[in-house]
Design a protein around this ligand. Structure first.
Ligand code: PA5
Length: 415
C-alpha cells in the first residue's frame, strides 16, 4: 500500500481545514455527481469483454510482430509510455521482447517534428509492425499527421488487407473522424469511454493495449487499481493517504508554495513524472489558479537544479516518489559496507534534510515495490488525489479549456 509521509511544517500541522470539503468531494465523486468521473469506478466496472479482447489482440501482436507503433498524444500516450518505462529493464526499449516476451512499443504522433517522424518511419520500415492509433476526439493534428504516414507505409508493405488486420484504432465508440475511418476501412477498434478524459484514461484500452503488447500483466495492473479504489475512496484522512496528500498540497499552496517538484529516484520513473505533470497541470491549473507541476530526476538533477532547490525563490514544495527495494535481485555493491541503493537512500536523506533547512517542505509518497500491481495502485492514487485537490481549490479537474483553445487555433490557422 502507498504511504504518504510529510514534515510537520507549520502550514500542515492542522489538516482539519479541508477535511470536511474533501469528504464531500469524495462522496460526490463516488455518487457520480460530477461529469467525467467514469475513472472512479472503472477498476471495478470496466468492460470485461473488451478487456479479454485487448489481451487477445496483444497476444496476436506479440506472436506476429516485432514492433507496435503507438500513435497518440497527451492522455492518449503518456500513461502507456510511463507504464512501459516504469516496468521495463532500462535498456529494454530496444530489446523489450527479450525481457518480457512482448514487442517493442514505440511512440509517434506526440509532436510535429518532421525529423522524428521520418526517423521513426525509417526505423519501422524494415521491421514487422502493427499500429495502434489512439485519439479520443479522433481529429487531433499530431496523431492524425503521423497516422497518415504510418498507414501509407503499412498499406505499401502489407497491402490493403494486411493493413486492415494490422491497424487497431482506440477512439470514441460512435463519433469522430478516426471512428469513421476505422469503420470505413474495417479496422478493429477499442473504446475510450465517454465519461473518462484523456489524462484519466491509462487504465482503459488507451493504455492497456500498448502495455499488454509490451508483455506486461494487465490483470495485475487492474488488480492494483481495484485495491486502490477501495482504499482511496474512504472519506477519512487517517485511512486515506490520497485524501491526506490532496489536503497537504492545498495547505502549502495557500502558504505561497505554488510549485510542486515531483522528484523521482530512478531514470525509469521519468515518464511517470511526465504523466503526473499532465495530470496535475491540466486538471488543476485553470482560472488563474493551481500548482505548477515540475519534476526532477535524482540524483542527476541535484547537480543541475540543486542550487535552485536550495536557495531559489521559496515558492515550492517537493514530493519524492520513492520505490522501496528499488534494485535488481543481483545486487550491486559499492564497497564492503554499502550497496549502491544504500548510497541512493543516503543521498535522498541528505537532500531532504538540506531542502528542509532551505525551507522547501518535503512530502514522501512511498511505494513498496516496482511492479504492475503497485503501478495500478499508483495511477489510481494520483488520479484520486489530483481530483480531490483540484476540487478543494475550486476548479473543475475534468475539463481542459486551455488545450481546446490551442486545438481550435490550429484548425483556424490550417484554413
Ligand atoms: O487529457 C486530455 O484530454 C488531452 O491531453 C488529450 O488526451 C490530448 O489532447 C489528445 O486528445 P485526443 O485523444 O482526443 O487525440
Amino acid at each position: 500500500m502507498i504511504k504518504v509521509n510529510f514534515e510537520k511544517a507549520e502550514e500542515v500541522k492542522n489538516l482539519s481545514k479541508h477535511v470536511s470539503a474533501a469528504k464531500t468531494h469524495i462522496s460526490d465523486l463516488l455518487a457520480g455527481k460530477i461529469d467525467m468521473t467514469g475513472w472512479v469506478d472503472h477498476p471495478i466496472k470496466y468492460d470485461k469483454e473488451e478487456f479479454a479482447r485487448i489481451k487477445e489482440v496483444a497476444n496476436e501482436i506479440k506472436n506476429e510482430a516485432e514492433v507496435l507503433v503507438s500513435i497518440g498524444i497527451g492522455g492518449s500516450y503518456l500513461g502507456a509510455k510511463a507504464a512501459i518505462e516504469y516496468l521495463s529493464n532500462y535498456y529494454s526499449h530496444r530489446t523489450v521482447g527479450a525481457h518480457t516476451n512482448g514487442v517493442e512499443v514505440i511512440f509517434a504522433g506526440n509532436g510535429l517534428s518532421e525529423k522524428y517522424l521520418k526517423e521513426t518511419l525509417d526505423y519501422v520500415e524494415g521491421k514487422n509492425f502493427y499500429i495502434n492509433v489512439i485519439s479520443k476526439s479522433g481529429g487531433t493534428l499530431e496523431p492524425a499527421t503521423a497516422f497518415d504516414k504510418f498507414k501509407a507505409l503499412c498499406e505499401k508493405k502489407y497491402g490493403k488487407d494486411g493493413a486492415k488486420k494490422r491497424i487497431i484504432a482506440t477512439t470514441d465508440k460512435a463519433k469522430g473522424i478516426l471512428k469513421e475511418e476505422a469503420d470505413r476501412e474495417g479496422y478493429r477498434t477499442f473504446v475510450v469511454p465517454d465519461d473518462i478524459g484523456g489524462r484519466y484514461s491509462v487504465l482503459s484500452a488507451v493504455g492497456l493495449l500498448p502495455i499488454a503488447a509490451a508483455g506486461f500483466d494487465i490483470d495485475k495492473l487492474m488488480k492494483g487499481a481495484e485495491a486502490a479504489r477501495s482504499i482511496y475512496t474512504v472519506a477519512d484522512e487517517n485511512k486515506n493517504d490520497a485524501m491526506k496528500y490532496a489536503i497537504i498540497r492545498n495547505l502549502y499552496y495557500e502558504n505561497g508554495k505554488d510549485i510542486e517538484v515531483f522528484a523521482t529516484l530512478s531514470p525509469n520513473m521519468q515518464y511517470f513524472a511526465e504523466w503526473l505533470k499532465q495530470l496535475f497541470g491540466e486538471s488543476e491549473c485553470k482560472g488563474n489558479k493551481g500548482i505548477f507541476p515540475a519534476s526532477l530526476s535524482m540524483t542527476a538533477d541535484l547537480h543541475s537544479m540543486g542550487q535552485l532547490m536550495q536557495e531559489g525563490k521559496r515558492n515550492m514544495f517537493e514530493t519524492f516518489i520513492m520505490i522501496e527495494n528499488d534494485y535488481d535481485k543481483d545486487r550491486v555493491k559499492y564497497n564492503d559496507k554499502f550497496f549502491v541503493n544504500d548510497l541512493n537512500d543516503i543521498a535522498l536523506r541528505a537532500t531532504e534534510k538540506a531542502h528542509h533547512t532551505g525551507n522547501v517542505p518535503v512530502i514522501e509518497v512511498k511505494v513498496p515495490e516496482q511492479n504492475e500491481t503497485t503501478l495500478g495502485e499508483l495511477f489510481y492514487f494520483f488520479e484520486m488525489s489530483c481530483a480531490i485537490s483540484a476540487l478543494i481549490l475550486g476548479v473543475n479537474p475534468f475539463n481542459q479549456p486551455g488545450v481546446e483553445e490551442y486545438k481550435k487555433n490550429i484548425k483556424e490557422l490550417l484554413k
